[in-house]
Design a protein around this ligand. Structure first.
Ligand SMILES: [Zn+2]
Length: 321
């Protein structure tokens, strides 16, 4: 009986030992490989690139950073403004939307990036050249009150300024936008961004957005996902909706006939936010569409042309970023 037990146990013991050994040795191998990798591969910002290739006054810019490993936080600065990056749709790539204001002086300006990778700080700086853009000039005639507002109207203009400042001051510290921005209305735009406009032959004003002439009552859509930061009737802007896309990126829709959203409402990309009209300072029915990043006015048509990462397509690559 005893002998029989020994015979049965012995192979089992051998099997257990073999199993334990096969478990132990690869683990040791993995650890030493990891140690070698951590000394050979220092955490670093491997690359920093952007689109469009040619950055002009008023250009929105998608900045991408490529890291050597998973990061906890990636931040940066450009043109004196803070940038907060978010994981892209590709592993170890982080992205942010930024841009050069329409009135930014041309020149070469370093974008500086700082990433915390495995508890260590890695940095990289690269210059982005901002080239001079050629903006048009035009003459328009509007109701005289819009050039020389009455004292009461001046009060409303001051109040509107507070409302807008409050809307643009909100900071949602994450990117609510995802994928490309879409045209906010089914109409063709005019090349009107940055235009210097002489109004009623007496006052010059910079046109900070793009106009989409279209008949009153045409549906207007949110260009990307976000939160409504303002939906109110203003003196110059008429019925005006501002959508906050997070991380300092906003889109603005002016002169609306109707607004169908409220402040604080969450909107999806392509959600109907109202209809186009001719409220406020206008010469005719159109949608005036603006893009603002950290108080910089950017060219909406250029933003619509950018190919932006779609994070919903990222799937299960979260752990690898
Ligand atoms: Zn306009």
């Amino acid at each position: 009986m005893t002998f029989f037990c020994k015979l049965v146990l012995a192979p089992r013991l051998t099997l257990l030992l073999v199993a334990a050994a096969s478990l132990t040795f690869p683990m040791r191998g993995q650890q030493s490989a990891r140690r070698a990798a951590s000394t050979a591969e220092r955490p670093e910002v491997k690359n920093l690139f952007w689109q469009p290739n040619e950055v002009m006054q008023g250009s929105p810019v998608l900045i991408t950073v490529e890291l050597s490993g998973p990061a906890r936080e990636v931040t940066g600065t450009w043109l004196g403004k803070r940038i907060r990056f978010a994981p892209s749709d590709k592993p170890r790539q982080w992205v942010a939307l930024a841009g050069a204001d329409v009135d930014q002086a041309p020149g070469s300006f370093d974008v500086k990036v700082r990433a915390t990778i495995r508890g260590r700080v890695a940095q990289l700086a690269k210059p982005i050249e901002v080239k001079e853009a050629q903006f048009g000039t035009g003459e328009v005639s509007v109701a005289q009150d819009y050039v020389n507002p009455t004292p009461d109207e001046q009060k409303q203009i001051a109040h509107d300024g507070v409302l807008k400042e409050h809307a643009f001051a909100s900071l949602i510290p994450r990117q609510l936008w995802n994928g490309n921005f879409i045209k906010p209305v089914d109409a063709e735009s005019t090349p009107s961004f940055g235009e210097s406009r002489l109004m009623n032959e007496e006052k010059t004003s910079r046109h900070l957005g793009t106009d989409f002439p279209t008949k009153e009552g045409t549906r207007v859509y949110a260009s990307n996902a976000g939160v409504v930061a303002l939906a109110a009737p203003l003196f110059y802007e008429g019925n005006c909706v501002i959508v906050d896309h997070g991380d300092g990126v906003f889109t603005v829709y002016m002169h609306l006939e109707k607004m169908t959203v409220h402040r604080g409402e969450r909107v999806r990309k392509h959600a109907e936010i109202g209809s186009s009209g001719r409220t406020g300072r206008v010469t005719g029915p159109h949608l005036h569409f603006e893009v603002v990043w950290n108080k910089s006015h950017l060219d909406p048509v250029e933003l619509l042309a950018l190919t932006l990462p779609d994070r919903t397509a990222r799937g299960g690559s979260r752990a690898a970023r």
